[in-house]
Design a binder for this molecule. Structure first.
Ligand code: HEC
Length: 116
């Protein structure tokens, strides 16, 4: 047994383990956020910005909206129900996910896209 080889092997394992834990975190955040894609578009880029696109939005802003939906401070048709379904930690992960996503290129007027 060469002690050097064992040491290097352990270091490599630690590195791989760390990367996997990080990937799991962001995968977890994305899967929580995926329930929002139905209405807010894939990765929070909604079509025609209705309802609002969430991609690239400020995390503190998103979290505040979600908390206000949750407590009823901000009136909503639907969002108060969604917001209540998550723990504060989950809302934080979701807000963090959407703020980390790149926003869609500025939406163009339908005429500029040939009527679609
Ligand atoms: C069934 C459709 C639907 C789903 C699913 C949905 N939303 Fe919404 N969202 C809306 C609508 C509609 C509004 C406008 C407020 C209202 O009437 O409820 C809104 C508003 C918002 C706003 C406020 C945007 C702004 O800038 O004012 C945020 C933030 C938001 N949603 C986040 C989320 C998150 C996070 C999820 C997933 C946990 C989610 N939404 C899931 C329909 C939806």
């Amino acid at each position: 047994m060469k002690p050097f080889a064992i040491g290097a092997g352990c270091a490599a394992l630690l590195l791989v383990g760390g990367a996997a834990a990080h990937a799991q975190d962001s995968t977890h955040a994305r899967s929580l956020a995926a329930t929002c894609f139905t209405c807010h578009g894939t990765d929070g880029r909604s079509v025609g910005n209705v309802p609002a696109s969430l991609a690239g939005e400020n995390k503190a802003y998103l979290l505040q909206q979600l908390n206000e939906f949750r407590t009823g401070k901000r009136p909503a048709t639907i969002m108060h129900q969604h917001a209540k379904g998550y723990t504060p930690e989950q809302l934080e992960l979701i807000a963090g996910y959407f703020s980390s996503v790149k926003p869609a290129p500025a939406a163009r007027a339908p005429a500029a896209r040939g009527g679609f």
